[in-house]
Design a protein around this ligand. Structure first.
Ligand code: HEC
Length: 471
């Protein structure tokens, strides 16, 4: 991890602690504590004692966290098994909530916090401070507190509306999956269908969004992937002079899971759709005890004006974490590794590990042409039923010179210790059934021209120096 990020993070945490302290004990007390802290050394000990005595309550401290980080999924008509909208609903789950937030399983966000890049556009995780608050609340008997402290109910976006329509108007193109009926009970299903887009001209995409039906679809669609399928033959010069060859292709278009807004590309970048493009759907359905008939997921696409050609084409790569096969012995933990060479200077926009039931961990490193090795991201406790896309914040998205080797490493746990393992006695290889395995990362790569790349690297270095000096 670069020192810039560490410093920025330490700063943020400090700011958060002061803010929360103010919320908890009132502004006047904070001023007093601060004054005391200046007089007495070491200062921060005073604050810590005040915090240790404080008993968080549901109304004042826990409800705001649930509203922000849990309720979008944990409400009637959404994907989670129970609603967490009110105190009577939450109270019976207090212990389970503590367990799941301490183990970093909930909210689903499984990136390793100790290595690699730590700033993401779509980070939905709890801060350490929020985890501590929940733990103290549960350990203190999960009290309701004073209902006068209870914030008003949270408002959620209208699940029937396109979220980006406020900004861009209604989508220019809407593509629906084939209807599928999800039975009341049964195992999870992966529904695959192909839809034509009807496009007759090439168009540049500025934003995309997906929407399950409401209310049925919101309960049963665990996540959905739309892959763009089109004929790239003869398409050159559109990825900055890099021919789009077979091992790149147009790739996945978008992946959706509850809480996801949609994707907006930077002004000088976009995805390219070609005439005759098709969308291949891959929808993970999950039974919820009632039938949902003829469910349909929709993809909304917003185009740039026809005259506008963005400078950069963003292309999704599937970066393999193996070389020609997966081979996991019964009862063993298997490790495999794959290499993808960057064809030119590039910015990586995200990291989305893809494995199945035996998936345990995946990391992505860069080996630069000068031999420098950098850990970019690692997911230490992968959960196969959560396909999470970790999207880097623009200011930290890795800028890598041409010729850099991206190394993706995958670990699969085929032992009895893996509670998701359907059968530890089986040998496991590649395949698309969930009981077979896969090992790759979906990574959006934006190839840059050398001048702009150099400028971006310089700007980053300048920003890092400024932070170092401020410290
Ligand atoms: C993106 C959707 C989503 C978000 C956000 C989310 N959950 Fe969940 N939660 C689920 C789903 C789906 C399950 C059931 C499947 C699973 O465990 O992965 C679940 C399961 C749970 C369970 C276990 C329930 C059981 O049956 O034992 C607990 C406890 C829980 N969530 C608490 C939370 C808390 C607390 C938060 C916020 C801090 C949160 N969740 C945020 C979707 C979500």
């Amino acid at each position: 991890m670069s020192p810039v990020m560490q410093i920025r993070f330490a700063g943020e945490e400090q700011a958060m602690t002061t803010r929360s302290l103010r919320r908890r004990v009132g502004v006047g007390t904070v001023a007093l504590l601060t004054a005391l802290a200046v007089l007495a050394t070491p200062g921060p000990a005073v604050a810590t004692e005040a915090e240790a005595d404080y008993q968080p309550t549901f109304a004042k401290d826990v409800m705001p966290i649930l509203q922000l980080k849990c309720q979008e999924c944990h409400q009637p008509n959404s994907i989670a098994p129970m609603s967490l909208l009110t105190y009577p609903e939450v109270r019976p789950w207090a212990r389970a909530i503590k367990d799941r937030v301490v183990s970093l399983e909930m909210p689903p966000w499984h990136i390793d916090r100790t290595v690699g890049i730590q700033k993401f556009k779509n980070d939905r995780s709890l801060s350490q401070e929020q985890i501590d608050t929940i733990v103290q609340w549960v350990d203190g008997g999960a009290p309701l507190g004073d209902t006068a402290d209870m914030p008003p109910p949270a408002e959620f976006p209208d699940p029937t509306a396109w979220r980006l329509s406020d900004r861009f108007g209604e989508p220019d193109l809407i593509v629906a999956s084939d209807p599928y009926t999800v039975a009341a009970d049964g195992q999870d299903k992966w529904w695959r269908s192909t839809a034509e887009t009807g496009l007759t001209d090439a168009r540049w995409v500025r934003a995309i969004e997906m929407k399950p039906s409401f209310p049925g679809g919101r309960k049963v669609v665990h996540h959905a992937i739309a892959r763009l399928q089109q004929d790239e033959d003869g398409v050159t010069g559109l990825a900055n002079g890099f021919d789009v060859d077979d091992d790149i292709g147009p790739g996945t278009f978008m992946e959706w899971a509850v809480g996801k807004e949609g994707e907006i590309f930077p002004e000088n970048a976009g995805k390219l759709m070609l005439p005759g493009a098709e969308i291949n759907w891959d929808i993970h359905y999950h039974a919820v005890g009632e039938e949902v008939a003829d469910d349909v997921v929709e993809l909304g696409v917003y185009f740039y004006d026809t005259e506008y050609v963005p400078k950069y084409r963003t292309i999704l790569h599937s970066m393999r974490a193996h070389q020609g096969g997966i081979d996991i012995a019964p009862g063993e933990i298997g490790m495999s590794q794959g290499f993808t060479r960057l064809k030119g200077p590039a910015r990586l926009e995200n990291f989305q590990p893809h494995m199945h039931m035996r998936g345990k961990a995946m990391s992505m490193e860069a080996i630069l042409p000068d031999g420098t090795r950098r850990m970019l991201s690692s997911v230490g406790n992968f959960r196969w039923n959560w396909h999470i896309n970790y999207i880097y914040d623009e200011e930290v998205a890795p800028l890598l010179p041409g010729g850099t080797m991206i190394v993706v490493t995958a670990w699969h746990d085929n032992s009895t210790a893996n509670r998701e393992n359907p059968d530890p006695r089986q040998w496991v290889g590649n395949g698309s059934r969930t009981v077979d395995e896969m090992a790759h990362a979906w990574v959006d790569v934006t190839y840059l021209d050398q001048d702009e790349f150099d400028q971006m690297v310089e700007a980053r270095e300048a920003a890092q120096k400024a932070t170092d000096n401020n410290d």
